[in-house]
Design a protein around this ligand. Structure first.
Ligand SMILES: NC(=O)c1ccc[n+]([C@@H]2O[C@H](COP(=O)([O-])OP(=O)(O)OC[C@H]3O[C@@H](n4cnc5c(N)ncnc54)[C@H](OP(=O)(O)O)[C@@H]3O)[C@@H](O)[C@H]2O)c1
Length: 249
């Protein structure tokens, strides 16, 4: 079993904060060189400084085809080849009933959380297919498996990403590129800070989580490093739940 990533290169979208930053750090601890992306340059620069030698940053919005292409070109210039892509960038800017959701609100979440994964996967995946080697890991959510109230677009996007990964796993398995998902439960990050600050909502999440607490971002990283590594050489199209038991049935 080999979880050593020495000599490998990785791109982590949304690597400037939260789960993505913790994943970037863990990939580096396992020996990889890492390029993180995000939209806000200052946050990116701060994250690169925190990560230290072996880390680089590039500002790109995953919902823009032009910007994802620029990210891939930058990664190519930096590394030559990218071995590992972590599709982590995601948003959940609102909770609201679908009957009050307008098309632009729906589209915003689909553009980043679903189309963004498609764009990164197609652009980085094409280069991996040319080499016959690569690992792609999507950060999805319990929302792909259970209905979260007032979050139809988020649930649809995350379930869509998991379905896309299963399809690609079949298309690309014999061509050397593995595609898998890690589905977190509730993790203490900026994304959930508003919810966690509300006593009623926080205790409802804690109550519904068998482990009785939010995860730390670092607790998502082990599954990602495993799936990125040769220890997972026969794993594709899989989803690892890292959710404190939320989806255990
Ligand atoms: N926290 C949770 O409880 C939880 C649970 C299940 C799944 N997840 C998933 O885990 C992933 C990370 O979540 P998180 O909690 O770490 O969120 P976060 O703390 O809000 O961080 C999100 C990251 O994504 C970047 N980002 C957002 N929109 C982007 C875009 N359009 N293009 C490029 N980068 C973008 C952000 O940087 P900029 O803002 O600078 O662009 C930031 O680096 C998401 O896919 C989320 O859906 C989170």
């Amino acid at each position: 079993m080999n979880m050593d990533l020495a000599g490998k290169s990785a791109v982590v979208t949304g690597g400037s904060r939260g789960i993505g930053l913790a994943i970037a750090r863990a990939l580096m601890d396992a020996g990889a060189s890492v390029l993180i992306s995000g939209r806000n340059r200052k946050t990116l620069d701060d994250a690169v400084a925190q990560l230290g030698d072996g880390a680089a940053g590039f500002a790109a919005d995953v919902s823009s085809e032009v910007e994802v292409q620029a990210l891939a070109d930058h990664a190519g210039g930096l590394f030559g080849n990218v071995d590992i892509l972590i599709n982590n960038a995601g948003i959940n800017p609102w909770y609201k009933p679908t009957e009050n959701t307008d098309l632009a609100e729906w589209q915003q979440i689909i553009d980043v959380n679903l189309t963004g994964v498609f764009l990164c996967t197609r652009i980085f995946g094409s280069r991996m297919l040319e080499r016959g080697r690569g690992a792609i890991i999507n950060i999805t959510s319990v929302a792909a498996h259970t209905g979260l109230p007032r979050a139809a677009a988020y649930c649809a996007a995350k379930a869509g990403v998991e379905a896309m990964a299963r399809s690609l796993a079949k298309d690309w398995a014999a061509r050397g590129v593995r595609v898998n998902n890690v589905a977190p439960g509730y993790v203490a990050t900026d994304l959930t800070a508003g919810l966690a600050a509300n006593d009623k909502l926080r205790s409802s999440v804690e109550h519904r989580t068998p482990m009785g607490r939010f995860a730390a971002a670092e607790e998502m990283a082990g599954a990602v490093v495993y799936l990125a590594s040769d220890a997972a050489s026969y794993v594709t199209g899989a989803t690892i739940a890292v959710d404190g038991g939320w989806t255990a049935t």
